[in-house]
Design a protein around this ligand. Structure first.
Ligand SMILES: [Zn+2]
Ligand SMILES: [Zn+2]
Length: 238
């Protein structure tokens, strides 16, 4: 596990290739996404490393239903009593009421690699988890001094980004875009439900004001992060 301090109260928790983020404030801790399955201890260790207890984890806010972002959810809710938030379109999948959609059938890679891809953990069923609040576009969430939800459909129908309007704006991107190998780009086609919509969502993000972008996959972008999104939009339209 790698625990990275991004700001004095924001920490990245990386498990293999997936990032989750802890927003540690005096009045309580918010976790954005909950990592790969079967890694509850990683998160409990991260909390103890920053000298906080599981009971202080008050909110878990999900970007989308994929299991590399919702692993440990049920276990962490049980350990902490945290309230869970997700968009209404992804909520039934998190609750286990709807099956996990498979890989995008239009993606050539997924056609060729389906026998392998189908076995990836992303498409596994997880233990169903409770969702306490369904979050809609533009909603101001009460944690971390106010965090705005931005609906960014495409990667999944209910994908959400979250914007902290402090420190010049800190955007939690989830899988609406990735910054793998130092390259900002659209999400992987293979695991994206609707790539056209995903690109529209990147345009929507590029119009926001933020200085820092924290991704589900890849490194944090610090300093004029939204300019990088605007360059990506230009590249996509060329
Ligand atoms: Zn995803
Ligand atoms: Zn992901």
């Amino acid at each position: 596990m790698a625990l990275e301090e991004i700001f004095p109260f924001i920490y990245g928790v990386r498990v293999l290739y997936v990032n989750a983020f802890l927003l540690a404030e005096d009045e309580g801790i918010t976790l954005i996404d909950s990592g790969l399955a079967n890694r509850k201890e990683t998160f409990l260790r991260a909390l103890s490393e920053i000298k906080r207890s599981p009971e202080e984890l008050k909110h878990i806010v999900l970007t989308h239903h994929h299991t590399d972002h919702t692993g440990n959810l049920a276990a962490l809710v049980e350990a902490s009593g945290a309230e869970v938030r997700v968009h209404p379109l992804d909520a039934p999948i998190v609750r286990g009421e709807k099956p996990v959609p498979g890989a995008n059938p239009k993606s050539i890679v997924s056609k060729m690699l389906w026998p392998l891809v189908g076995r990836l953990s992303v498409y596994n069923r997880l233990a169903p988890a409770r969702v306490d609040h369904e979050v809609t576009d533009g909603q101001e969430l009460p944690m971390a001094g106010g965090m705005k939800a931005v609906h960014t459909p495409g990667h999944t129908a209910g994908h959400m980004c979250y914007l902290l309007e402090r420190h010049g704006g800190i955007l939690f991107v989830g899988d609406a875009a990735g910054n793998v190998f130092g390259r900002l780009g659209p999400p992987l086609a293979m695991s994206t439900e609707d790539m056209g919509q995903a690109k529209e969502s990147i345009r929507k993000l590029a119009e926001l004001e933020f200085d820092v972008a924290c991704f589900g996959h890849g490194r944090v972008l610090k300093g004029k992060a939204n300019a990088a999104f605007r360059r990506l939009v230009e590249k996509m339209t060329r």
